[in-house]
Design a protein around this ligand. Structure first.
Ligand SMILES: *Cc1c(COP(=O)(O)O)cnc(C)c1O
Length: 351
């Protein structure tokens, strides 16, 4: 039977008997062996995709949110708040709905695209547009949490990383050990920090014999960790990693250095190539940001920088349906054909 993430890993999480478990049965996502690409097969490199798009709201954010919202309710919060248009807001809204408390999303006016916040709105979140910039929205969200019974569930909330570390536990539980490499996209860098925390904890307990090298990938137009300085106007079609000044900067650098890994950049073209490959050759539809993990590994394979015979896990962070705009741009619909069998067979590529 599928368990709430908090129950499955209770012994490793900061919860007690008094913590109310707010769950949508997140986590326990599939670890799918990939067929390719060709460059991996040739080197005997085994790739696995941890398909986080199959979480309740379509991204790994649910792993952190079950814990953040449970702890918020335990502390008596009547609402949770975040400044986010994306997967964090959607996840906060769903878990708040489940808990019977309010979700508040604070954003600069004019910044809000309905498509991005639609999921949060349907879950009943209050979207507050303020006349100001993103920094002001973030500051006001923090002030709300200081003056009212509102819990902040932005990436600074420490419980989120605690919940997200369970992805590493699941990988080790399933493979019997840590992989040689673990690749993932890096935006605010909370997830790479959390993965590394999880691997180290399992290793310290003797549940994993080795530690993986962490491979973090940023989009070339939003690569502060690669450049070593914040990026003022980050640009990439992978919106979930369009971040110029990561909240968990130090955690990411530590994960890279302690694991002997790397953080590098991939271009939007490389991201799209991996995105198409995963959908069309492997049957896995993920967000463009998620595909950055494969784009990076693919580049390392081509450059001969991965050990032959090694095992690589990719975190595919979010579901492809989150971003129908990119799918529409990549997909090409042909012209209509006459309603005749030969014409249909020809257009279908059968003759
Ligand atoms: C949040 C998110 C990321 C980035 O994760 P960080 O912890 O901010 O580095 C990547 N992909 C998707 C789909 C996300 O929702």
């Amino acid at each position: 039977m599928r368990l709430p993430l908090i129950e499955r890993y209770r012994a490793h999480l900061p919860v007690s008997e008094k913590t109310p478990v707010v769950s949508l049965l997140e986590g326990s996502t599939p670890l799918l062996p990939l067929k390719g690409p060709e460059e991996a097969r040739a080197l005997g490199v085994r790739l696995y995709a941890k398909y986080e798009g199959l979480n309740p709201t379509g991204s790994f954010k649910d792993r952190g949110m079950t814990l953040a919202v449970s702890k918020a309710v335990e502390a008596g919060a009547k609402a949770v708040a975040a400044a986010s248009t994306g997967n964090t807001a959607a996840s906060a809204a769903a878990y708040a709905a489940r808990a019977g408390i309010r979700a508040i999303v604070v954003l600069p006016a004019g910044y809000v695209a309905l498509g991005k916040v639609a999921q949060s709105l349907v879950h009943g979140a209050r979207i507050v547009q303020v006349e100001g910039n993103f920094d002001q929205a973030l500051r006001l969200t923090r002030e709300l949490s200081e003056r009212y019974p509102v819990a902040l569930v932005n990436s600074l909330n420490p419980y989120r990383l605690q919940g997200q570390k369970t992805l590493a536990f699941e990988v080790v539980d399933e493979l019997g050990d840590a992989p040689h490499y673990h690749a993932l996209p890096v935006g605010n860098a909370g997830n790479i920090t959390a993965h590394w925390m999880g691997y180290k904890e399992y290793h310290a307990l003797g549940k994993a014999k080795r530690l993986p090298r962490m491979l973090g990938f940023q989009a070339a137009g939003a690569a502060p960790l690669v450049l070593g300085r914040p990026v003022e106007k980050p640009e990439t079609l992978a919106t979930a990693i369009r971040i110029g000044n990561p909240a968990s900067w130090e955690g990411a650098v530590r994960a890279k250095e302690e694991s002997g890994g790397l953080i590098e950049a991939v271009t939007d073209e490389e991201i799209l190539e991996a995105y198409r490959y995963l959908a069309a050759e492997e049957g896995i539809f993920c967000e463009p940001a998620s595909a950055a993990a494969l784009a990076g590994v693919w580049k390392l394979l081509k450059e001969g920088r991965l050990e032959p015979g090694s095992t690589v896990v990719l975190t595919l962070t979010g579901h492809g349906l989150k971003d129908p705009g990119t799918a529409e741009r990549v997909a090409r619909l042909g012209e209509a054909v006459p309603a005749r069998l030969e014409a249909v067979a020809e257009a279908a590529g059968l003759v």
